[in-house]
Design a protein around this ligand. Structure first.
Ligand code: F6P
Length: 552
């Protein structure tokens, strides 16, 4: 594939950007009274408004030309057909098939994946139903009251986010907790107040070799073994993995091992049996609704023309902000406390997928790829980093995400929350110019001299690009659609940049060095291979671990 910046579509965008560079989002609104006609899209219960970006109808047209030039539709088809779009690992990426949509007919050698997916889904949802109705218990016959999900990265963030966001849908009385960190504090915290007899551990790991997950699972096993007869312990574990042999070796019974496959990327796996803990939290029916919402978004992504294709538009606007406006940071600003974990989820989805410097064939990329993605739920984040967003020297793009109706009865709170979301989107895009600021300060009773002193501090440049996503309510369906939307955005951007969004070699080096460091810390490992700074750290850690623990 030709380098992105060598394409005609790129050249056209570059020329076009020059014509826009002096225009403020305010000017763009003033110049086009029909702006909302082309900048609002609806799909799968979500509404996307891209009008508060520094774009015009012409920008969008040129961006769509770029999507066509990069053959986004062709790659989408290849992904759905089960081709090895994960080129560096020689794997397909069939997460859409998990929702029963595009990709379900793909045949990777053993017949279409659709029926295999259905069977696996039925098995883990039946298990969840059995735990809920008490037909599946520990050997003592007591119902499970606590589920502790052990996993990390893609085997953690999805079910953790969705279970948290849909807490109101947990009608089963089961407390579902999550443990990812190798820092035992998280496991110990999750174990607090739990009873081994009524606790089920779900160990989720695609490889079943991830150090953090396996160490946490072993400690969980030791915790159970301290109280329960050894023979009873396996019944307190379920395993979710593409490496069923390793789960068996760990001691999990076949009936409680739920498979998924190498063609499901970790960060695209919440729809697979990795979602078992989620089904245990929101119920099997809730989980099916979650899949149905994603399926609606898939159908839309696979069929809608690019001009009205929500994931494609989000991807194109993201590329415009990143490559033409040089936004190296992107803020995820959910105005729903339940979506507090969404920024972390999207951090992995976007940054692990598209934080790459080489193209599929190994050539260096010729345009910057994923921005840094971060965020905090509103309004909490407003009191932390919004100062930087509004008046900092760098310009970040943002997504404001707002469910219009609350899932609680304190509607007054929701009105205030909604007003803040609307206000922030407006303030970021439009700012407050000197004239408006003067009026505002005069209304506050400030003198002419005081106004002059404060004017520069109290004006807001605005012109910060913001996309606004709304939905009527946060439900399993709309959340499914929301996560699928971002998956397709990430895929589309990967195609535009010609990078492989499905590998993550960048996390490997740290793992290798950690292995050597652990060996040097606790084993016979030598210090020689390390630099002076690292040697000093290892020595300090050696001294700390050989001295008696203090306090607790
Ligand atoms: O962070 C690296 C990574 O490989 C992720 O891609 C993955 O989601 C995570 O580790 C966990 O891997 P596993 O599911 O194999 O334990």
């Amino acid at each position: 594939m030709a380098d992105l910046t060598k394409t005609e579509a790129w050249a056209a965008l570059t020329a076009h950007e020059k014509t826009l560079s002096r225009m403020h989002i305010r000017d763009l609104f003033a110049a086009d009274p029909r702006r909302l006609d082309w900048s609002i899209t609806e799909a799968a219960g979500l509404t996307l408004d891209i009008s508060k970006n520094r774009i015009t109808g012409e920008t969008l047209k040129l961006l769509v030309d770029l999507a066509n030039a990069r053959d986004v539709a062709g790659w989408r088809g290849r992904m759905a057909a089960g081709e090895s779009v994960n080129t560096s690992e020689g794997r397909a990426a069939l997460h859409m098939a998990l929702r029963g949509t595009c990709g379900r007919d793909a045949d990777l050698g053993a017949g279409p994946v659709g029926p295999t997916v259905k069977e696996a889904l039925k098995r883990f949802l039946d298990f969840a139903r059995g735990v809920h109705d008490g037909s599946i218990t520990g050997p003592s016959g007591k119902r499970f009251e606590t589920v502790i999900h052990i996993g990390i990265g893609g085997s953690d963030l999805g079910p953790r986010l969705v279970a948290d966001a849909l807490r109101a849908h947990n009608k089963n009385g089961i407390s579902v907790r999550f443990v990812a960190n190798i820092d035992a504090s998280e496991l110990l915290h999750a174990l607090e107040g739990t009873d081994p007899e009524t606790t089920l551990f779900v160990v989720a790991s695609k490889t079943f070799t991830t150090q953090e997950t396996i160490e946490n699972a072993k400690s969980a096993r030791t915790w159970l073994e301290a109280v329960l007869p050894k023979a009873d312990v396996p019944a307190h574990f379920a395993g979710v993995t593409a490496n069923t042999d390793a789960a068996r070796v760990f001691g999990i019974a076949d009936a409680q091992i739920f498979p998924f496959w190498d063609w499901v990327g970790g960060r695209f796996s919440v729809w697979s049996s990795v979602g078992l803990s989620l089904a245990l939290a929101i119920g099997a029916d809730g989980f099916e609704d979650f899949l149905a919402g994603a399926a609606q978004m898939d159908e839309h992504f696979c069929t809608a023309p690019f001009e009205q294709n929500m994931p494609v538009l989000l991807a194109l606007v993201g590329l415009w902000n990143r490559n033409f406006l040089e936004c190296s940071a992107h803020a995820v600003l959910p105005y729903d406390h339940g979506l507090s974990l969404l920024p972390s989820y999207l951090q992995q989805l976007e940054m692990e997928s598209n934080g790459k410097s080489v193209q599929r064939d190994g050539a260096p990329v010729d345009a910057p790829t994923s921005p840094a993605v971060w965020g905090v739920a509103g309004t909490t984040g407003q009191h932390a980093f919004y100062q930087w967003l509004h008046q900092g020297t760098d310009i970040a793009s943002s997504d404001v995400i707002l469910p219009l109706k609350p899932h609680h009865h304190l509607t007054g709170h929701h009105d205030i929350l909604t007003a803040h979301a609307i206000a922030q989107a407006e303030a970021l895009a439009f700012g407050r110019n000197a004239e408006e600021t003067k009026v505002e300060l005069a209304a506050e009773g400030l003198s002419g001299a005081q106004i002059q002193n404060l004017l520069r501090h109290r004006t807001f440049p605005g012109n910060r690009p913001v996309s606004v996503l709304t939905m009527e309510r946060l439900t399993p369906k709309t959340l499914g659609a929301l996560l699928a939307l971002y998956e397709h955005k990430v895929f589309t951007q990967g195609i535009l940049w010609n990078i492989n969004s499905f590998d993550q070699w960048g996390v490997e080096l740290g793992k290798t060095v950690a292995g050597r460091a652990l060996e040097a810390l606790v084993g016979e490992g030598r210090l020689e291979g390390f630099d002076a700074s690292t040697r000093r750290l290892i020595e300090a850690a050696r001294i700390a671990r050989s001295s008696k623990p203090s306090g607790t």
